[in-house]
Design a protein around this ligand. Structure first.
Ligand code: FE2
Length: 490
């Protein structure tokens, strides 16, 4: 058994036993590990001459401690934070609000609730307050307004569009003429199961559309809310994955604790009052076939223990933690908050507030709607020309549709609750999403649309599809302005 590994240890007058040898050899960057181990032994265990797996454990623990000490909150930052008020309240959290047993009546109740909520919003449009039931559109009518759920969107051979709409009274067929370019364009992004209004006429058989009305955003004025502090947004940390970039994450926490970067960066850190985590804190287990090969930590409890160890260094600001599709909670949305069954230490951490996905929180006057973003998978499949990098456009669409996951029955598992919690009833100041691992920022009608990227380096799957994640880049909203910090070395 001679190899460069053994040689390197021999040069430092060290031996290595079989188990330690296998472990070192299995490390992706074993050259670095050997150098570090030799240095560790010289400085801390210089009476040792055989490297065992225990030596490796001791080295790892020593490293952890060293990093922890460099991360813990700067006394100046601590003092500043002690004098800051950090009020928050949870406006919408669906945890413990799940009553469905999934029978067909529940599905009807669910869609009726979606319809009623969105109809109310559409009816706030002053030009849309006399709505005709679809069952009463089967005669000639010169002018009518209907509100319905979209069952299908199809094109005719001649380039017209046909929409099948349904309301609680019946179904109707809507014709959108090809020469009405604006409406034809609008039809490109209409999704199955969303609720829309149609202003038009009826020839007794077909409803001819003059206008398509979305619930949308009606605001008297768009003025930024007063904000003299910062909120940090992250998601898709994927702790437990081999691709989790722990070094970038540690630098991020070091910055948050006032110990990293120049004066400007420290000042920015000192203004942070909240951290929002938008799902996929851990990589989970059994999320996709053969995931095990990609896992560094193969046990879900240990993944959350590791998460608690890493987040444990953030002590003086509230952390709002919402789950994603990799977390240990019900997969069907709305997802209840992560509980102590899987994440005991996180639940015990005093400054962590576990909330559902989606949820709406008020952070000292700034309303943040947190949604992990699973529905982006369905939207990308449904709309031509959209990719996972187009989250800003997709978030605009969701706001216009006033629904976070319109398409039912595809990849986004939606629990047919009595109430549809994905309807955006109350408009937020910030819409925070994740899931696609590519950050984005836009402002739309006064609302900050923000996707927070990831701390997971490119995976094998992403390599195949040429998806380049924005790893280690963290968006911050500071005094209503967007900033992006990079914690990667490259
Ligand atoms: Fe995700």
């Amino acid at each position: 058994m001679t190899s460069d590994i053994i040689k390197k240890f021999q040069e430092a007058k060290l031996l290595v036993n079989n188990n330690a040898y296998s472990e070192i050899k299995g490390n992706d960057d074993y050259d670095y590990l050997i150098t570090e181990l030799i240095k560790y032994i010289e400085e801390n265990e210089n009476d040792q001459y055989i490297i065992t797996t225990k030596t490796i454990r001791n080295y790892q623990e020593h490293e952890r401690q060293r990093i922890h000490e460099s991360i813990i909150e700067n006394p100046k930052t601590k003092e500043i934070r002690e004098n800051l008020e950090m009020p928050y309240d949870i406006i919408l959290d669906v945890t413990n609000k799940s009553y469905t047993d999934g029978d067909i009546e529940d599905l009807n109740k669910y869609f009726n609730n979606r319809y009623e909520k969105l109809r109310k919003i559409i009816e706030q449009n002053p030009e849309f307050n006399k709505v005709t039931d679809i069952k009463n559109t089967k005669t000639k009518l010169e002018s009518l307004d209907i509100i319905g759920i979209v069952n299908s969107v199809n094109s005719t051979k001649n380039g017209h569009k046909i929409l099948e709409l349904e309301d609680p009274t019946g179904t109707g067929t809507v014709l959108v003429m090809k020469d009405n370019e604006d409406l034809i364009n609008d039809c490109q992004t209409i999704l199955k199961d969303e609720i829309i209004g149609i202003d038009g006429s009826s020839n007794g058989n077909l409803i001819i559309a003059n206008d398509i009305v979305h619930p949308g955003i009606q605001r008297q004025s768009i003025v930024d809310k007063p904000m003299d502090f910062s909120i940090v947004f992250i998601s898709d940390v994927h702790i437990g994955s081999k691709q989790f970039d722990e070094s970038a994450f540690n630098k991020f926490i070091k910055w948050l604790n006032g110990n990293y970067g120049g004066e400007d960066q420290q000042e920015l850190a000192n203004s942070v009052k909240y951290l929002v985590i938008g799902g996929d804190l851990v990589d989970g287990i059994g999320v996709y076939p053969n995931q095990e090969k990609e896992l560094k930590i193969k046990d879900i409890y240990e993944q959350y223990e590791e998460a608690a160890r890493l987040l444990g260094d953030i002590s003086d600001i509230p952390i709002i933690l919402s789950p994603g599709n990799h977390d240990a909670t019900r997969l069907a949305e709305p997802q209840p908050a992560i509980t102590e069954k899987y994440a005991k230490e996180l639940c015990e951490q005093k400054n962590i507030e576990m909330v559902s996905n989606p949820s709406l929180v008020n952070l000292d006057g700034i309303k943040v709607l947190v949604y992990h973003g699973r529905s982006f998978d369905d939207i990308v499949m449904a709309i031509n020309g959209y990719t996972h990098a187009d989250t800003d456009n997709m978030m605009r669409l969701l706001l216009e549709k006033r629904h976070l996951a319109p398409i039912y029955g595809e990849r986004t598992a939606l629990a047919s609750e009595f109430e549809d919690y994905h309807v955006i009833e109350e408009l937020p100041d910030v819409l925070h999403t994740g899931h696609v691992h590519i950050n984005s920022y836009a402002k739309y009608k006064g609302i900050h649309l923000l996707n927070s990227g990831t701390f997971q380096e490119q995976t094998e799957f992403q390599k195949i599809y040429n998806i380049v994640p924005t790893c280690g880049q963290v968006p911050i909203l500071t005094n209503n302005k967007f900033k992006l910090l990079n914690f990667r070395d490259d």
